[in-house]
Design a protein around this ligand. Structure first.
Ligand SMILES: Cc1ncc(COP(=O)(O)O)c(C=O)c1O
Length: 394
């Protein structure tokens, strides 16, 4: 890993033939500080989003000491870097062997469940430990999210009543958790989820020690301008206040995208230009999965080798390097009309769910990761007081 002032300097120095993944410590610092200073509780980083060493070490340096893990390998990764970190094993369906290792070898106390079977598994494997923190994941509407996670996990309200009662009996600390879906575009989603949780509390008469409001906090993309995240936090605080709980529960959140998206970008090379289709050297089997299936439009910046970039920006689509027709990213990605084969493109907002989605399908895989010191193409943390993100999007 080398360090560069900006992406243009990197391209000039390396003329990379494979995709290059850029990481920005400054962006991680801004985002971590912002969450720590504004969220009224503990901030857990959702490791799945980007488990790169530099990301984890930077977040720890800037004050994030709690982590949401989905697998035993994520737990091992964090414990190797920072043995004193607190880990929450928040996948509602876990392997027995992973629970065993997490509890007995790594001291993990917090586990999520959304079914009787999973709860019994956790209790059996930990030998009915008396220091468990059990998180009941309840269903939440994902109607405001760009990525729907609601079908796969979450107990419905009827199931939740019994599961809460048993969970409370078997735990040292009992919690409710939910996820409103990733890139949630309206803060009201959290109010709805908390209100629903309130119904379960009323019906079960089980009061949580902890409420985990999950991830879902949005970043920004060229066609997605969410409200400031502060509004999301206000909404959460108000909704919890309205529950009128005798004892205020501790709050935690598990941001992924909003913490790390703007810290990362991918530099790709154009291998071929066919009208407004650019054949590039990374794609949906690399760091650009979200540009393919969920059709996210990412911000782009041209790095042209010979031409002076034309001021006329036109819409392009991308094809990735593999032979699969699904390796297609519709866009539109706005780039100069005179961009051509051999030029480079920086694609922003890929610090989240970019590098972590890479495969070596068809033999295409790059592990070139470098540190960059410039500003990301788009940023919610560097926006002005009016939350004017567009000003940064040159
Ligand atoms: C349990 C859990 N927590 C947190 C996250 C992070 O979500 P986001 O990146 O939307 O903040 C996810 C993402 O899938 C998740 O499954």
């Amino acid at each position: 890993m080398a360090k560069f002032q900006c992406v243009d300097e990197l391209v000039k120095a390396l003329h990379p033939i494979d995709p290059v993944y850029c990481l920005r410590k400054k962006s991680l610092k801004l985002a971590a500080n912002w969450f720590k200073n504004n969220f009224p509780g503990d901030v857990l980083y959702a490791i799945k989003c980007n488990p790169a060493d530099l990301v984890i070490k930077s977040l720890i340096k800037y004050g994030i000491s709690h982590f949401d893990a989905a697998s035993i390998d994520e737990i091992k990764l964090i414990k190797k870097i920072s043995p004193s970190s607190t880990i929450y094993f928040m996948h509602p369906v876990k392997k027995e062997s992973s629970i065993r290792e997490a509890y007995f070898s790594y001291g993990v106390k917090a586990y999520s469940y959304d079914s009787k079977e999973e709860l019994e598994k956790i209790l059996k494997v930990t030998k009915n430990a008396n220091d468990l923190e059990l998180f009941l994941r309840i269903q939440a509407s994902n109607e405001h999210a760009e990525i729907d996670l609601s079908k796969k996990f979450g107990a419905n309200n009827n199931e939740a009543i019994t599961l809460a009662r048993v969970g409370r009996l078997k735990s040292k600390l009992f919690a409710f958790s939910f996820h409103v879906g990733s890139q949630c575009m309206h803060p009201i989603a959290y109010t709805k989820a908390i209100r629903n949780m309130g119904n379960i509390i009323k019906k079960s008469n089980i009061f949580p020690d902890i409420i985990n409001v999950g991830g879902g906090f949005p970043t920004t993309y060229p066609d997605l301008y969410p409200q400031p995240i502060k509004n999301y936090f206000k909404e959460i605080k108000n909704a919890i206040k309205k529950l009128n709980l005798k004892k205020e529960p501790k709050l935690i959140c598990e941001p992924g995208r909003a913490l790390v998206a703007e810290s990362g970008s991918t530099i790709v090379k154009i291998e071929l230009k066919k009208k407004q289709n650019l054949y590039i050297n990374d794609g949906t089997y690399g760091s650009l999965f979200d540009a393919g299936t969920p059709k996210f439009i990412f911000p782009t910046k041209a790095i042209q080798i010979e031409n002076i970039p034309s001021k006329r920006l036109i819409p392009y689509s991308f094809y990735g390097p593999t032979c699969d027709g699904l390796d297609y990213m519709k866009g539109p990605f706005m780039l100069p009309s005179n961009i051509k084969t051999g030029d480079y493109i920086e694609i922003g907002q890929l610090g989240a769910y970019g590098m972590s989605f890479r495969t070596n399908f068809n033999g295409f895989y790059s592990n070139q990761i470098h540190e960059i010191n410039d500003k990301p193409i788009m940023s919610i943390y560097e926006a002005d007081d009016n939350y004017n993100i567009k000003t940064l999007f040159a």
